[in-house]
Ligand binder design. Sequence first.
Ligand code: HOZ
Length: 430
Amino acid sequence: MNTEASLKAFDEAQIFIPGGVNSPVRAFKSVGGTPIFITEGKGAYLTDVDGNQYVDYVQSWGPLIFGHRDEAVEKAVIDAVKHGLSFGAPTLAETELAKLVVSFFDSIDKVRFVSSGTEAVMSAIRLARGFTGRDDIVKFTGCYHGHSDSLLVEAGSGAATFGNPSSPGVPADFTKHTLLAEYNNIESVKKCFNDSKDIACVIIEPIAGNMGLVPAEKEFLHELRKLCDENKTLLIFDEVMSGFRASINGAESITGVKPDILTLGKVIGGGMPVGAFGASAEIMSQLSPEGPVYQAGTLSGNPVAMAAGFAALSKLKRNMRVMAVLEARAKRLVEGMKQEALACGITMQTEVRGSMFGFFFNESPVKNFADAAASDAKLFASFHSAMLSEGYYFACSLYETGFISTAITDEIIENTIQASGRIFKEITNG
Ligand code: HOZ
């Protein structure tokens, strides 16, 4: 495969952009390669600057549930653009999307839109602190909630990929209010509640997607809910990644556990920059201008982004059964690859939640970040670059999650499984 133009593009990008990328995980560093530069996406495929085509299992890290250039989303964006890019004033599109988002979740009455997942979670934490009048928060090692100061502590995603789960530049004074617990370990949460009587909220990815795909156990979430209630602490579900991916009605519909505050992003913007946080009317009434907790944004509720999100979510609402189709495909993909790996003496751990899939080269099941980190990173890197050369674009970090879009057909899945079989044979034959 010729990647000369991508290499040249990367060289030039590195002169003007730190590391040549605008988000670290894209740099391919942990898989020992260099990023490919994309010119176009269509349906299931990406095309790079050298003209190579790839089946895309990243889907812009989750948003593109209908694949690249979905007709309905594209049309909605073009129509919206013709009326103006941004007004910094209310539009009907914001209420339409808010009404639609709220209709999917039992736990929220109101929602506020922002421009990214990071912003959504940062604002949700401020709201929880304002509502409870407390300062401390609990997060879980390996969960990633964006790059705001108090949440960049033992974080997953790109932070874990580069072995810097906590960042310089974040004053210790800011993170002293962030208590850490272990995912799927309720005793570690109890310890936090013993150590502090000032916990405003516990924030969790109920289906963690930023240490690879590691869902929280149902019983653990139920106990977490109970602990939060006993301590009058708010429970925040960060579903920026899993929202409309793991289930159309959120993790609350899979686990029976309702959060007090929900954060969303990715799919709700249909590929445009959107984040959101929602809660009961009582909690949301603390937000400015109704209440004293301040939060704002020039591009919040941007009309083009609202139009894209509305087109994507209303299409999902009309075609709810696609969720089952996507899940069946995701299961077939990881099961097929697992069998191919096993035939070559390689053990793989796999997970699927809706259209999200994950795999680890690990002898034992992965329940938390320590388990994920014990996976064979070298084997992952070899697998990643060999699959890329075969035309399959997987997330370039073992701490990220894969996504199926409706454009990825059964035939593409079967071809991917066959390619993985060839690769496992090559790898094990040295
Ligand atoms: N935080 C994103 C994945 N979990 C990566 C974003 C990006 O690099 O585009």
